[in-house]
Ligand binder design. Structure first.
Ligand code: GDP
Ligand code: IMO
Ligand code: MG
Length: 430
């Protein structure tokens, strides 16, 4: 049995939800460790399509227990909506979903401040956030003024909430935004607390005892390496550590208990929101990729920016996360492309770059160095074994391995569970 950390290696939306669903069939526990309901993880089972935002995707496997770790910021109202949505569809998380009492709570003013920043009312660059209040909630955590799930379910919640609401109303007034109705918010959060109390637990012993018993644990990363607050294209990033290290700090599992890291990577690249994206296709080829790959945000519905595979950021992800093997998704989207391009390095001011630079403004000026790859131009969706794939598709996979130095363990050729190909010898199951 093993502990596996699964991370996104690009700018999010790599298909982590689908891969988590496939791997959860073997997992006893699935744990979210960072982010919040800015995430949107899609799982397609038969004709059903689920989009999970806060609840780990493993919840769709009835035998799987799930943890929302303390590194996650939890919007209680959004969590209740998600719980209700799942129950309506016959999935009952009761008794197998645990929310860390140390997790910080997203409050209404976090969402409002997120919006105000996006309206450029507070200065600074536009990030194109999901407006779920994620940045301000992590900001309060770092400033040591946040409320945690333990506070939410405590009897003295009003005495903790009221001064914060009053303070934030003064800030909103200064920004010219309407004030919040403190009494109504208190009532909403008390009602939410009553419903969420049965899920709130000290997840540290729960998780560590499970690992000590040899149970299999899957850590479900949200966002992706290039959106990580430290390793991504700062400031065009999210506010948490989406990389593998976050699994330890955000769940309480020690680093020496992690057995492997799986990186999820699309066969091309997408990004939602602002910020540099060297291989972006701003022409009809990008629009074609967006339509063919159905690249629209699972959380906000925004069209995703699309471009070619970028081996520079993939190698960046390998270095930071220590990826043992790749799960490559959306290979099928490239089925009809005549010439596929692969970015192998960047060029800027006549210099060749092999690494992602720290400065987003500098990255903005980098141009991709491409190699062209003849496409396979036939369908891959029905393939269930690697040898069923067209020769050029197999060669593309081999080229991704060469360019990144990491083997491919799993290939995804469609959104559903069945459209998955395990590769040997890297394709060990957790
Ligand atoms: P996540 O945030 O990483 O979980 O990814 P999203 O769910 O936001 O976006 C991935 C999208 O691609 C979803 O609509 C999935 O159903 C879909 N998807 C996942 N794997 C594949 C695949 O191999 N082929 C195709 N065509 N779609 C896929
Ligand atoms: P999953 O888990 C793609 C992006 C936003 C914005 C930036 C900051 O589905 O892969 P935030 O609301 O976090 O403050 O926004 O990060 N972003 C995502 N992009 N997938 C996600 O999650 C994302 N979560 C946040 O678009 O650019
Ligand atoms: Mg997503």
């Amino acid at each position: 049995m093993a502990t596996t950390v699964l991370i996104g290696a690009q700018w999010g939306d790599e298909g982590k939800g689908k891969i988590i669903d496939v791997l959860s069939a073997q997992a006893d526990w699935v744990v979210r460790y960072q982010g919040g309901n800015n995430a949107g993880h899609t799982v397609e089972i038969g004709r059903e399509r689920f989009i999970l935002h806060l609840i780990p995707s493993g919840i769709l496997h009835p035998a799987c227990r799930c943890i929302i770790g303390h590194g996650v910021v939890v919007d209680p109202l959004a969590l209740l909506l998600e719980l209700d949505g799942l129950r309506e569809r016959g999935v009952d998380p009761a008794g197998r979903l645990f929310v860390s009492d140390r997790a910080h709570v997203v409050l209404p003013f976090h969402r409002l401040l997120d919006e105000q920043r996006e309206l450029a009312r507070t200065g600074g660059p536009l990030i194109g956030t999901t407006k779920r209040g994620i940045g301000p909630a992590y900001g309060d955590k770092a400033s040591r003024v946040g409320l945690r799930m333990a506070d939410l379910v405590a009897p003295n919640l009003p005495s903790l909430l009221r001064p914060r609401l009053e303070e934030q109303n003064r800030i909103l007034a200064a920004l010219g935004a309407p004030a919040m109705d403190a009494a109504a918010i208190e009532a909403d959060y008390r009602a939410a607390a009553a419903r969420l109390a049965p899920f709130v637990a000290d997840t540290l012993p729960l998780l560590n005892d499970a690992v000590a018993r040899g149970e299999s644990v899957l850590f479900e990363g949200a966002q992706g390496t290039m959106l990580d607050i430290d390793y991504g294209t700062y400031p065009f990033v999210t506010s948490s550590n989406a990389t593998a290290g976050g699994a330890c700090t955000g769940s309480g599992i020690p680093p020496n208990r992690i057995d492997r890291v799986v990186g999820v990577i699309k066969a091309y690249t997408t990004r939602v929101g602002e910020g540099p994206f060297p291989t972006e296709l701003k022409d009809e080829a990008g629009a074609w990729l967006r339509d063919s790959g159905q690249e629209f945000g699972a959380t906000t519905g925004r069209p995703r920016r699309c471009g070619w595979f970028d081996a520079v950021i993939a190698r960046h992800a390998v270095m930071i996360n220590g990826v043992n093997w790749w799960a490559v998704t959306k290979l099928d989207v490239l089925d009809t492309v005549e010439t596929i391009r692969l970015c192998t390095a960047y060029e800027c001011d006549g210099r060749r770059l092999e690494h992602v630079p720290a400065d987003a403004r500098f990255l903005e000026r980098c141009r991709p160095v491409y190699e062209d790859f003849g496409g396979w131009q036939c369908p891959t969706r029905d393939a269930t074994r690697f040898q069923d794939l067209p020769k050029r598709a197999r060669a593309y996979v081999a080229r991704l391995e060469e360019l990144t130095g990491v083997p491919v363990g799993l290939l995804s050729v469609g959104p559903r569970r069945e459209s998955t190909i395990w590769l040997k010898p890297a394709g060990e199951k957790p």
